[in-house]
Design a protein. Structure first.
Length: 219
């Protein structure tokens, strides 16, 4: 009986210790990057405890977060190239391709953005369709998806009732994409109507600055 109890306790320790170490390491890394303490962040990332508790993909993905936060564009590019050649599972590849898409679309790299859509398409066509819409609106500046974006907003919110706080960012992002399309068509009435709503739902985000800039340009 004592042997069985001891074996169970050892097994529990083998499960609990890595879990605790992983949880603590993640917390430290997130705190360090939030405080912009990058020297400590990279030291933690390369530490023995981090290598023991996190996979290589997770560590390199966090390193990528650091480079992006520091706006180290050359290092970000090299990190993406390195990670794209890692031997990782399909869900990890999909997450990496999508992350690269949002990074490149954010800095206006059309060719790189297109490449990431094609890579996502090879794994998840449905996810690729969402990226195609954003590419059309943000890079090509087209107004092909006005009704589709409006339908997505309507599915999340009826436009009248009190919105759930958890939906505000999603609705605000869609309203931003809708307002952009109206701005391309110089439909000022609908643009201002949609953007005024988006400003309430995207307050304090980069979308707010972009919307105010467009409204000023179109005034």
């Amino acid at each position: 009986m004592g042997y069985i109890i001891a074996t169970v306790l050892v097994a529990l320790c083998l499960i609990a210790v890595p879990y605790y170490l992983r949880k603590r390491t993640w917390a430290n890394l997130n705190q360090e990057i939030m405080e912009e303490d990058f020297d400590t962040f990279y030291y933690t990332l390369d530490s023995f405890k981090c290598k023991m508790s996190m996979s290589a993909f997770e560590r390199e993905n966090m390193r990528l977060s650091g480079y992006i936060a520091q706006n180290r564009k050359d290092d970000v590019e090299q990190q993406f190239n390195m990670m794209l050649n890692m031997r990782i599972k399909k869900p990890q590849k999909l997450a990496l391709y999508q992350r690269a898409f949002y990074y490149y679309i954010g800095i206006g790299r059309a060719k790189k953005t297109r490449d990431m859509i094609d890579l996502v398409q090879s794994i998840d066509p449905n996810a690729a369709q969402d990226l195609e819409i954003q590419y059309s609106i943000l890079i090509k500046k087209e107004s092909k998806y006005i009704q589709e974006i409006q339908d997505r907003i309507d599915r999340l919110w009826d436009g009248k009732s009190q919105m759930e706080p958890s939906k505000e960012m999603a609705v605000g992002t869609l309203e931003y994409l809708l307002g952009l399309q109206y701005s391309y068509k110089d439909d000022m009435e609908n643009m201002n109507r949609v953007f005024d709503r988006a400003l309430k739902h995207c307050a304090g985000t980069p979308y707010e600055e972009s919307i105010l800039k467009i409204k000023k340009q179109k005034a």
